[in-house]
Design a protein around this ligand. Structure first.
Ligand code: ZN
Length: 201
């Protein structure tokens, strides 16, 4: 398994529409496994889309740890752990709204408030090339919407409604104590790279 290089904003490949996967074959499975390994090896990463590693195919991976009880929104069930490798994911149903902080591995250090649907149903192909549906709420729903956006060349900064919320808050400067936190522990409403408030996807 290979750890892939994550490209960053300014690279034109992040702005292209990725092409559909015709069949999930060994090359797609290898890509997804390498992407998953890259998520696992990148501190605080929780998800990745193929264009972020320079591959313009519609493939995403998501890996969320189990939600801590104190992170669970009122009225919601604790989520995770979740590990998804999906080809051709598309949102076929969405409802509700949530606003929360997002970050992106391709825009290191920057975070901002983004509004997303609270609940989504995603149709995709799994690594056996079978059609699957993933129902997600809250943070997982946010992660899926963020990653699917990448497949269409859309970055979270495009979705920020209030530019005042966009801020540079790199890991080293974060004022949240992260000592002793497990890598990848993320609060609902954030997408995971940096700390409890910011994250990368
Ligand atoms: Zn991202």
């Amino acid at each position: 398994m290979a750890i892939l290089e994550i490209i960053t904003e300014g690279d034109p490949r992040l702005r292209h529409k990725a092409s559909k996967v015709r069949k999930v074959d060994d090359s797609i499975r290898k890509l997804a496994r390498d992407m998953m390994a890259t998520v696992e090896e990148t501190p605080y990463a929780i998800a990745l889309a193929a264009p972020q590693v320079g591959v313009l195919r519609r493939v995403i991976v998501v890996k969320l740890p189990a939600e801590e009880p104190d992170e669970v929104e009122e009225g919601e069930e604790p989520a995770g752990p979740v590990e998804l490798m999906l080809a051709n994911p598309e949102v076929i149903r969405s409802s509700g709204q949530q606003t929360g902080i997002e970050g992106c591995l391709s825009i290191p250090g920057w975070i901002g408030d983004v509004q997303r649907a609270m609940h989504v149903t995603v149709r995709a192909r799994d690594m056996d090339d079978k059609e699957v549906r993933v129902k997600a709420s809250g943070f997982l729903a946010r992660a899926l919407q963020h990653e699917i956006d990448h497949l269409d060349g859309i970055l979270f900064i495009d979705r920020i409604e209030d530019p005042e919320t966009l801020r540079y808050e790199p890991f080293e400067d974060a004022d949240v104590e992260i000592e002793g936190e497990t890598a990848g522990t993320v609060a609902p409403g954030t997408i995971g790279q940096v700390n409890q408030r910011a994250s990368g996807a």
